[in-house]
Ligand binder design. Sequence first.
Ligand code: CDP
Length: 214
Amino acid sequence: MVGRGSVSEIVQDGFTVAIDGPAAAGKGTISRAVAAHFGFAHLDTGLLYRAVGRQVLAGIDPVVAAQALSPSDLADPGSLRSAAIAEAASKVAVIPAVRAALVDFQRAFARRTGGAVLDGRDIGTVICPDAEVKLFVTASPEVRAERRLKELRAGGFDTDYDTVLADVRARDARDGGRAAAPMAAADDAVLLDTSAMAVDEAVAAAIRVVATRR
Ligand code: CDP
């Protein structure tokens, strides 16, 4: 049938790389590098939840905030990187209606012409279960806390290792334990443990995985 054929042609036009994993495992760095290497667009889906979290800290209802989210809310990503906003994001992310409000935007981005990399917690499992490539990037909580501490200090946030490690563990528990789209590796995801890897090695490993499927 003509109609059915043209729909599947449009759907096959995209190439989606789904990169999931816990806080500060290296998803962001790897995703940006993979996108730059292959000329794909990149969406850090955590920013969507962080933007909703920021609105909630300002007293707005989470579902209302998620439904009204617009690209301008993501315009200054640096301002969304605080530990307080990360925690607020992980709290709003347990609410099914918040997640539902963000699905269409993410799926449309994933299938855009020219390829897309999305990083988050549920991209390979819920948002893009048909992604051409799925990676699950992990590292030990201690290594992740070290990395996040450096990032936060570089961003001008004053904190210490023990606080950051406690935040990382609390977020792992909340993100992995929630009922709605819990953080999980898809059955067909390639696992990448970056605990003992330099950034360049982790990026090269991810690029190799994508290159084999293109
Ligand atoms: O940068 P980091 O890995 O610390 O966090 P993020 O990716 O910015 O995500 C912040 C929070 O948003 C996470 O702790 C999750 O609770 C939530 N999130 C989610 O539930 N689903 C996603 N696809 C992305 C983020």
